[in-house]
Design a binder for this molecule. Structure first.
Ligand code: GLU
Length: 442
């Protein structure tokens, strides 16, 4: 059976490298196994969910090269959640509770003082009909808790291996608030059942949720999907990324000028047994996709490593991959400069050095040498051999060699002491411009 996966962001903000990684892992798994990828907006929190964020998330995923096969909004599916809630009420698995937040908090403190686990004591289950009516007459509205089975829930996690969670140690989770709104737990299960989700790949912060949700799947007689919980990202210092997520938004990384495939390669390979290396497109990542390669240890996200990876990716990108983005220059230009790029936008500066106005740098003690070199410039047309022919002639005439020969030429031709190979750059600069730079009087 072809797998069906989903990525389920809450549109209360944009996605960042952490949940972007979850999206990528789901996408790779779907593509590797000929499956489908559902984008599900978890927007039951109508106050905090914003259309702009949902639209932004779609843009971010598109930039990452992820194109969902299906898009769903939880906010359009309340009827399905109501029906599921009614079914659970009918079987006694969803029960009304009337405690206020203050009452619950006091009860919790008492339990802690007695060294008891702060688990909801199910007092509401003991209420008689008359007591419930009396509470409602006081104006109290119920919130609804799911009655856990208090058993060991087991599953074989595709990343973490065999899992056993004893739901006796958990409070019966609130699924529906006083005002009738849903927390995430039930809608997610209803959707996973209705959309035929076969695999749930998500962060390990959901492991306990999974035990609860498996009980809900079973209570609704739905098929329990396979679960894979990946470890969360930490910064290079081992600390959580939560404070820095703004600057690690996918949109921020894009605006900084990073390549989508650098972000994708980094996110996909981080925390796996594969080395982190740049992949030009998804093909290699899809072929190599295997959840078994993901480590249970937290994956360290290092900004510098991402930037380094971005440069390594640019250095290997063929002209075909960039030609629609290059506004100036041809294949020879791209091949000459790509090895010197950190960000794609750096091509602009190299274009200026090839074809624009630069200030040649000619030191006083090199003036005669540069004047001689200018006289020895070979006539056009120039090729990748021209640099060699020319510098051999300059060497023979002046007796200079090595750095004393090459560095003054580079400084005069480009104004910089570093840059792409001059054998490649010189024919792009061309005879007339080179002659003008060498005879400039800076
Ligand atoms: N909206 C949830 C989150 O972002 C989805 C979790 C899930 O994948 O089930 O944490």
């Amino acid at each position: 059976m072809a797998p069906v996966l989903r990525f389920a962001p809450s549109p209360t903000g944009r996605i960042h490298i952490g949940n972007g990684r979850t999206a990528i892992l789901n996408w790779l798994y779907a593509r590797k196994n000929g499956g489908k990828f559902v984008l599900r907006y978890d927007d039951t929190d109508v106050e905090r969910s914003k259309v702009e964020f949902a639209e932004g998330i779609a843009v971010d995923l598109d930039w990452l090269g992820i194109t969902p096969d299906r898009v769903e909004y939880q906010s359009k599916r309340f009827a399905a959640y109501d029906a599921a809630a009614e079914r659970l009420k009918a079987t006694g698995r969803l029960y009304p509770c009337y405690e206020t937040a203050d009452e619950l908090e006091r009860r919790r403190k008492r339990q802690l003082a007695r060294h008891q686990p702060p688990v909801y004591d199910r007092a509401a289950l003991k209420l008689s009909d008359a007591e419930r009516k009396a509470l409602e007459a006081e104006g109290r509205k119920p919130h609804w808790r799911f009655k856990l089975e208090h058993r060991i829930v087991e599953w074989t996690d595709l990343i973490r291996g065999p899992q056993h969670i004893d739901t006796t140690n958990l409070s019966d989770p609130v699924l529906v608030r006083e005002d009738g709104t849903y927390l995430y737990t039930l809608p997610s299960v209803v959707d996973d059942i209705d959309f035929g989700i076969t695999h749930v790949i998500r962060g390990e912060d959901h492991v306990v949720n999974t035990a609860v949700q498996i009980e809900i799947f079973e209570a609704l007689a739905g098929t329990v999907p396979s679960f894979a919980h990946h470890s969360l990202l930490t910064g290079a210092d081992g600390q959580g990324l939560s404070k820095r997520l703004g600057s690690l938004a996918i949109a921020a990384l894009r605006d900084e000028g990073l390549e989508a495939m650098a972000v994708v390669s980094h996110a996909a390979l981080l925390g796996t047994s594969d080395s982190i290396h740049p992949c030009i497109d998804y093909r290699e990542l899809i072929d190599g996709c295997d959840l078994g390669k993901l480590s249970r240890a937290p994956a360290r996200f290092d900004d510098n490593e991402l930037r380094g990876l971005n440069a390594r990716l640019l250095h290997m990108l063929p002209y075909e991959a960039v030609k629609t983005r290059l506004t100036r220059g041809d294949e020879a230009f791209w091949l000459a400069v790509r090895g010197n790029l950190t960000l794609f936008a750096d091509v602009g500066a190299w274009w200026t050095i090839v074809a624009g106005d630069i200030t040649p740098v000619i030191a006083g003690e090199d003036r005669d040498f540069i004047a001689t070199a200018a006289q020895l410039l070979p006539p056009s047309p120039w090729s990748s051999e021209t640099w060699k022919t020319w510098t051999e002639a300059v060497k023979a005439k002046t007796g200079r060699k090595g750095k004393a020969l090459f560095m003054p030429l580079r400084l005069a031709l480009t104004g910089l002491d570093h840059g792409p190979e001059l054998a490649l750059l010189l024919p792009l600069i061309g005879h007339d411009r080179a002659a003008a730079r060498l005879t400039a009087n800076p």
